[in-house]
Design a protein around this ligand. Structure first.
Ligand code: ZN
Length: 334
């Protein structure tokens, strides 16, 4: 299989290292003749990656996640406990394309120990990836915003797990196929919902540039106050330019993000109001982190369903009040 380490790790050849088994799980004989204990331990960085891994790995492994709800992965620095968890893991998955920019050093160090470390975006064809000029030659990492893009990550995880644990390759493949079918349904829902927004209102203004894949896939013009990474601060000029667009295009709603501070979006609303243009905050979107663990929005499916349903409602389209499968909370402003 094509290697899909992070770019900085590509210099390291990955060997399939069977882990030293110390837990008391079920032991099974591998095709190589060695034994593996189940469940084995996986550590992931962001929730969206964890969601794929859990669906594909099923009961064969436990998948712990490091960066929680509402936390910005662009700025996240690993703690001592995170490093310990990464070193203890049998396999590690992260998003890649520099999403976890501040964790790169740690991931490289862990990969150097010979542990399998995978970026789920690494198998995605470069032709698919967006390369915004302002991101200095790097690819836009927010691939999960296009459900069909994230489906490519499902294939990557299935492939990685099949290499790590070949005796269950068929199991991983079947799980991936089932999840993929659910995601295809989600993609159709988002596509159909977005098409109900009047064409002149298809402008999505958010706190940072996380929605470019979303806009490309679902037909919205996308503007973020901050750039691709939240590391760079927005200036007054950025806000003023967006106020111009809000006024000129008669934009009715802008959106905050759960993992990014609201101050810039509030400044935008105030700026538009000062020019006599009424614009509201259309809701809070999950951009780089999913919702609360244990809730529907704390799953990838729920995150995207929430986003699509919120956007469509605020921009004048028609969607079911509780989303694709009636799973979103009722009576919530969307
Ligand atoms: Zn982001």
């Amino acid at each position: 299989m094509k290697k899909f380490y992070i770019c900085v790790q590509s210099m390291f050849l990955w060997c399939v290292c069977l882990p030293f088994i110390i837990s008391c799980g079920v032991k099974e004989s591998q095709s190589s003749g060695k034994e593996r204990s189940y469940p084995y331990q996986i550590v992931t960085t962001v929730g969206m990656v964890n969601d794929i891994v859990q669906h594909v790995v099923g009961e064969k492994a436990e998948a712990r996640n490091i960066i929680g709800e509402g936390v910005d992965p662009h700025l996240y620095k690993s703690t001592r406990n995170d490093v310990a968890a990464l070193l203890d893991a049998d396999v590690i998955f992260y998003a890649g394309l520099m999403l976890e920019g501040k964790m790169a050093d740690v991931l490289v160090k862990v990969a150097r120990t010979g542990k399998p470390v995978y970026a789920v975006t690494e198998l995605i064809d470069e032709k698919y990836l967006l390369q915004p000029i302002e991101f200095s030659g790097h690819y836009d990492p927010h691939v999960w915003m296009d459900v069909q893009g994230w489906i490519k990550g499902v294939a990557a995880v299935a492939q990685a797990l099949s290499e790590y644990d070949p005796s269950h390759a068929t199991y991983y493949k079947e799980n991936a196929q089932k999840y993929r079918a659910d995601l295809e349904q989600l993609h159709t829902y988002v596509l159909e919902s977005m098409s109900t927004i009047p064409p002149s209102s298809r402008v999505l203004i958010t706190a940072h540039d996380a929605f470019n894949y979303f806009g490309r896939a679902y037909g919205l013009e996308v503007k973020g106050i901050q750039g691709i990474s939240t590391e760079s601060e927005a200036g007054v000029q950025d806000i003023n330019q967006l106020v111009d667009i809000i006024v000129a295009r008669d934009v009715k709603a802008v959106f905050v993000e759960t993992s990014v501070a609201e101050k810039n979006i509030r400044a935008l609303v105030e700026g538009a109001n000062a020019r006599g243009k009424e614009v509201v905050i259309g809701g809070s979107l999950f951009s780089d982190a999913m919702g609360m663990r244990g809730t529907y929005e704390g799953t990838y499916m729920g995150m995207i369903d929430h986003n699509a349903t919120t956007i469509v409602r605020a921009l004048g389209g028609t969607v079911p009040d509780r989303g694709m499968q009636d799973n979103l909370p009722a009576n919530k402003k969307r």
